[in-house]
Design a protein around this ligand. Sequence first.
Ligand SMILES: [Zn+2]
Length: 211
Amino acid sequence: MSKFIIKENRVGTLSLIDELTASEVQRECSKCHEVKLAEEFQKYIYGYLRPQCRVCFKKTTREYNRKSQLNRYIKNLNDRALNVGLEGDYTVEDYERLIKFSQGKCMLSGLPLGNDGQLDHLIPLNSLMVGSTASNLWIVHKRVNEKKWTRSIFEYLETEEGKQMIDCKRLKESMSFLADLAGFTLGEYVQLVADSEEISRKTRELFKQQK
Ligand SMILES: [Zn+2]
């Protein structure tokens, strides 16, 4: 008859060991703390079991990949702003707050985002006024973003397509949220956006004349 002993692992979890063969029969996962069969843990090359069960290990890796991808994405947003001399201080926390606010819907059209949400600068970087900062980034549906393209928000609102696409109530809610983050009233915020459009329009005209 085989005998089992209980061993405490370095990470503080327990394992059930077959005394005769000295092999691990069951193990407590360091993450979910469920006691599972040895087969439910992946083995390192030397035959040791990983501290986390396969299910938890997979989840942890996925979460890690998602976070590092997000960090890269945000760093890229900030770098693009910093490279043209603007502020670039967007953080993962800013992004998570935005996700919470958006509740899975486009902040411009109200369309369900699914996996097609994109961060977009409300005042474009090329207007050289506001950079990658919490009050200038919102999350919009990829399709809406592509259609709006380089047009500013009010320019887009004047087009037929924009009129159909934009949900004005949603736009107002979204802008109020962003205005709050900037410490502005909605009116002041809208004015800032409008001014930036005016400035970039004039700049474009100026460059056209010089050609
Ligand atoms: Zn587990």
